[in-house]
Design a protein around this ligand. Sequence first.
Ligand code: SD4
Length: 333
Amino acid sequence: MLPRRTFLRRAAAMAAVLGLDPARLLRAADPTAAPISQPLSSGARFKSGHMLATWNHGIASNEEGWRQMQAGGTALDAVVEGTAVVESDPTGSSVGLGGRPDRDGKVTLDACVMNAAGDAGGVCFLEDIEHPVRVARAVMEDTPHVLLAGQGARDFAIAKGFKTRDLLTEDSRKAWEEWKKSAEYKPIINIENHDTIGMLAQDLEGNLAGACTTSGLAFKLRGRVGDSPIIGAGLFVDNEVGACTATGLGEAVMKTLGSFLVVELMRQGASPAEACLEATQRIAARMPVEDLQVGYLAMDISGRAGAHAIHGGFNYARTLGQRTQLIDAPSLD
Ligand code: SD4
């Protein structure tokens, strides 16, 4: 007998060839199959608190997220305040304060959030505000829009009471001066530059939320925006299925709409690990990947987690109830 997932995939492919509605074919062929819009993979909704956050700094994010949930906060509170901790850490060289500047020496920030209702907010090319993730939340909650950019995002943040500050630390300024000596425009790709925080949470009610925040590629062309504030690319949350976030070279993630892809694969029955693997393979099939890194991190509503990267070196923090582990993601290498 075919494994259920293989059966479902083949049935869907067959439906496409025959020009049929795959959901109807699945129901006709397998009376136990859920409609295609329902999660096929999951069991019961997990309700004990589950958080995933990219890279080593994810531990600090999850600790704050756990505090938020213990105090009655939602998954959204957990991811916003969890990632805000990393935004304030001056040692993180690709998030918030201390983030590496663009090639003109300016720190420009990208972030987005998504909640269990499917609401979304983001900011991109934002300057002088330490917590873009909180501004992204305000865009979601207090405007009819999804994404504010540049000066407009900065004006909005100030109107909302956010204070401005210089985000270029001495360390970042020195790194920029060193980079300028090479006199050749080349952004540093993420294999070494590891701090973008993508965080996913499922709260004690079983609801999902996600946040992603970054200063993007070091020494990028001024005005460049990556995947991190783009819903579906750097982050996607569907409270009926699961959530995914991305880290790495944003251009590769945007061209394949990676986080949306991972959630849709989970909807069709893939586990978080299988979906992340397939999304990295999708990139590798379309472009040379020797010099680029992308990592995907995902959870589903039944409490399963998974990750996959193009190259080794991507890790993430997982908190399940009170237990936190730092886990190395598998890679295509
Ligand atoms: C970007 N995806 O701006 C971000 C960078 C990143 O860890 O993830 N760094 O392309």
